[in-house]
Design a protein around this ligand. Structure first.
Ligand SMILES: [Zn+2]
Length: 184
C-alpha cells in the first residue's frame, strides 16, 4: 500500500518534469533556475562578436523608451536594441547624441517660453545668460535666476517692498514690482 503511493508520486513527478522540459525546451533543473526576465525571451540572442549569449536588460524601455528590448553581451560589451547591434562606442555615441538632442529641445522650449512673454531677443539672451537689471519685473528675475529660497515682504506707506533671498547670500530687492537693488 505504502509503496503504491510512492510509485504514484514518482510517476506524477516524472510527468511534471517531462511537461516542463517540453514547454521550455530545457531540463527541468535549468528551467527552474532561470529568472523571470530570461523566461520572457525563450530564443537565445547571441553576440555577433564573441558568440556569447546576450542578457536582456530588465525594463530597458523605462531608461530608453525608444526601444522595446535591449540586450547586452556581458563578455564583450556589445548591445542589441530592437534587433540592431551596437559596439560599446556606438552605444555611448548614440546615448550622447540623444542627450544632445534632448538638451537642444529643452533649450528651444525655454527660448519659446521666454519669447511668449513678448520679450525682445536681446532681453531673452541676457535672461538665458543669467543677468538681471535694475527695473526688471519679478517674471524676469524668476526666469533669469529661478525661484528664490525665500521672499520677505514689507508693506510700507510708499508701497510694497520685497526681498528675494537666493543662496550664497544674494538678494534682490523690489519696490512696487520693480528691482531697485541687487546684492550679489
Ligand atoms: Zn560579445
Amino acid at each position: 500500500m505504502k509503496s503504491d503511493k510512492i510509485l504514484i508520486i514518482a510517476a506524477v513527478i516524472g510527468i511534471i518534469i517531462i511537461a516542463v522540459e517540453t514547454t521550455f525546451g530545457l531540463s527541468s533543473c535549468e528551467a527552474l533556475g532561470k529568472d523571470s526576465a530570461e523566461l520572457e525571451y525563450p530564443f537565445e540572442v547571441l553576440c555577433p562578436s564573441c558568440g556569447a549569449k546576450m542578457s536582456p536588460i530588465p525594463m530597458a524601455n523605462r531608461v530608453w523608451p525608444e526601444f522595446k528590448e535591449v540586450f547586452i553581451c556581458i563578455t564583450c560589451g556589445k548591445y542589441k536594441a530592437d534587433g540592431v547591434f551596437y559596439t560599446r562606442d556606438e552605444w555611448d555615441a548614440w546615448i550622447e547624441d540623444r542627450q544632445g538632442k534632448r538638451n537642444e529641445k529643452i533649450a528651444t522650449l525655454r527660448i519659446e517660453k521666454l519669447k511668449s512673454y513678448g520679450w525682445t531677443d536681446k532681453r531673452v539672451k541676457r535672461i538665458l545668460d543669467g543677468y538681471i537689471y535694475i527695473g526688471d519685473t519679478p517674471e524676469i528675475v524668476r526666469e533669469a535666476w529661478g525661484e528664490p529660497e525665500d521672499i520677505n515682504c514689507t508693506i510700507t506707506a510708499y508701497g510694497t517692498r520685497e526681498q528675494w533671498v537666493y543662496d550664497l547670500g544674494c538678494y534682490v530687492y523690489f519696490e512696487n514690482g520693480r528691482v531697485t537693488a541687487i546684492q550679489d
